[in-house]
Design a protein around this ligand. Structure first.
Ligand code: GTP
Ligand code: MG
Length: 198
């Protein structure tokens, strides 16, 4: 997949307010600060398409980016950020839930996990909930540049072993780095393949 055009198509807090032009959507979610917005920029080879920040809780809305006039990348708010008020956190959760439950165009959800972390309860709970709702997802391990290639593979293997304590079958996963472009082609080719099956 070659991205020849990527443009911001709108922000919304409700699925009912998303862009009027309905096309297949590939959405990105994960804990706050895991690197969702950075990954979207990396995939699109643009530095400032999606807003990023070292302060967690940057993305508060559902952001649609139109790719090649053919499909959308969707940047979602992060979950699990403790340092915001309960009201604010509940608001973000409602935005995420509304999107996941009602976005008929979403064909795949990429769940981002920081490659340096072991399985955390909040991610496991989230992944289990996706399973219960039959939402198709794949995992993307982010910030791969923070570990050497051998350590990265080892950590991903360890993560898989931890997940297999709960699941019989492991989800498809990718490794990535927004700094080095690791995983870019694999993720885009995967999206291209899924699009051809629709
Ligand atoms: P929220 O919108 O707040 O939920 O965060 P997010 O998941 O969109 O994360 P964002 O892309 O804003 O990145 C958070 C921080 O991590 C920023 O300081 C980024 O520069 C940094 N970061 C993101 N991806 C990578 C990566 O692949 N490698 C490194 N080294 N840093 C990264
Ligand atoms: Mg973000």
């Amino acid at each position: 997949m070659i991205i020849s055009q990527a443009k911001f198509a709108g922000s919304s807090i409700r699925v009912s307010d998303k862009p009027a032009l309905k096309l297949p959507e590939f959405a990105f979610i994960g804990r706050s600060n895991v690197g969702k917005s950075s990954l979207i920029n990396m995939l699109c080879s643009q530095k400032k398409l999606a807003m990023t920040s070292s302060t967690p809780g940057k993305t508060k809305l559902i952001n649609h980016f139109l790719i090649n006039n053919q499909w959308y990348l969707v940047d979602l708010p992060g979950y699990g950020y403790a340092k915001i008020s309960k009201t604010e956190r509940e608001k973000l959760q409602a935005v995420i839930k509304d999107y996941l439950n009602h976005s008929e165009e979403m064909v795949m959800l990429f769940v981002l996990i920081d490659c340096r972390h072991d399985v955390q309860k909040i991610d496991l709970d989230f992944l289990n909930e996706l399973g219960e709702h039959n939402i198709p997802f794949a995992i993307i391990f982010t910030k791969g540049d923070k570990l050497g290639p051998v350590a990265l593979d080892k950590q991903i293997e360890k993560y898989g072993l931890q997940l297999s304590e709960y699941w019989e079958e492991l989800p498809l996963s990718f490794k990535s780095s927004s700094e080095t472009g690791l995983g870019r082609q694999e993720i885009l080719d995967y999206i291209e393949n899924v699009l051809t099956t629709l």
